[in-house]
Design a protein around this ligand. Structure first.
Ligand SMILES: Nc1ncnc2c1ncn2[C@@H]1O[C@H](COP(=O)(O)OP(=O)(O)O)[C@@H](O)[C@H]1O
Ligand SMILES: [Mg+2]
Length: 317
């Protein structure tokens, strides 16, 4: 099976190459993440990515599909997700239509409806779609926020990921045309079962370092001045060190910088932060908490020398 995967997904020459191609697509990965992705592609193993919300887990699958120049198929997990929604359903409307057509055509009574339970009448849901994808290259299959699904669904998925084939009683066993490049993500609202993790290469994404976040911000928002980027990232870094109900992710950093630029603000000030606080803290309790901690002193800290945004250059290729 792994051999099929290697044929289907073009490999990368080196870890450095994958890091560089990610960067060209605007994704700034550290060496550890690039290594995991490199191995995942080379060994044909799914990658399991865990981390706080907003640290760039989902984006990895999107960027990988662009780099591999292939289709992205996404299965968004939620409580109660079952195999009908994840794998396939019969297309009753089409089956009924076919039946009427056959009747109208005067098809022999014994023959009527003989083909209704064939692949043609399946509604492919993401997992089946990924296995049966007809593209020239294996697709990227993103199984997003696995921690939201139930444990039974997890067990079912484990089966699919072990065999890359599924059995449909009316049809038989359908094998994967290409083994997809699978990215599973979890926000870790619950522990995902060991058995599933064992199938995968595991990677934990932490909040980025100051320098990496500046690099990300510059990659995503090239118009941001280095000075403002440094202040924004340092302020966010300070926020994350405090005990908020919802710490800001990278998406919040980007949104905030964009809002500041839109308002023509070039430097953090109590007034500027107050006006735009809704971009970074989304719970009333958290905004209150920031006031208690002292907004002005946090800004002062963010503006202190010692965090040079130019250090971000090392992440830019
Ligand atoms: N390393 C990174 N390089 C570039 N952009 C990133 C990076 N990490 C996160 N982002 C951006 O941050 C936002 C949130 O990322 P996302 O993948 O949705 O987070 P998660 O799935 O972990 O909640 C996206 O807009 C993404 O583009
Ligand atoms: Mg996500």
């Amino acid at each position: 099976m792994a051999d099929t995967a290697r044929e289907a997904i073009p490999g990368f020459g080196s870890i450095g190459e994958i890091q560089e191609r990610l960067a060209r697509e605007g994704y700034i990965a550290d060496r550890m993440l690039a290594t995991t992705l490199f191995l995942s592609v080379s060994l044909g193993k799914p990658v399991f990515i865990e981390g706080e919300p907003g640290v760039g887990k989902t984006e990895i699958a999107k960027v990988m599909s662009r780099i591999l120049d292939t289709e992205l198929i996404r299965l968004q997990c939620y409580e109660g997700l079952d195999s009908n929604a994840a794998l396939y359903e019969w297309n009753y409307t089409r089956q009924l239509l076919e039946l009427r057509l056959q009747e109208a055509r005067g098809v022999d009574g014994l023959q009527i409806g003989h083909n209704l339970f064939s692949e043609e009448f399946l509604l492919q849901r993401p997992l089946l779609k990924a296995l049966r994808s007809e593209g020239p290259r294996a697709p990227v299959l993103l199984i997003d926020e696995v921690d939201r699904s139930d444990e039974e669904f997890e067990a079912f998925m484990l089966e699919v990921l072990s065999d890359f084939q599924i059995t449909i009683p009316e049809i038989g066993t359908l094998h994967a045309r290409h083994i997809p490049f699978v990215v599973l993500t979890s926000n870790r609202t619950r522990e995902v079962h060991d058995a599933l993790k064992r199938r995968c290469l595991y990677h934990w994404i932490d909040y980025p370092s100051f320098a990496r976040e500046v690099a990300i911000l510059r990659a995503r928002l090239p118009q941001v001045e280095l000075r403002l980027a440094g202040q924004v990232c340092r302020f966010i870094e300070l926020l994350r060190e405090r005990d908020f109900y919802k710490r800001p992710g990278i998406a919040e950093t980007i949104d905030w910088a964009r809002a500041l630029i839109t308002l023509g603000i070039a430097e953090l000030s109590p007034d500027a932060v107050q006006q735009t606080l809704g971009c970074i803290l989304k719970y009333r309790g958290d905004s209150e908490k920031l006031k208690q901690l002292g907004l002005e002193s946090m800004i002062e800290m963010a503006l202190m020398p010692g965090h040079d945004p130019a250090a971000a250059a090392e992440f830019c290729t």
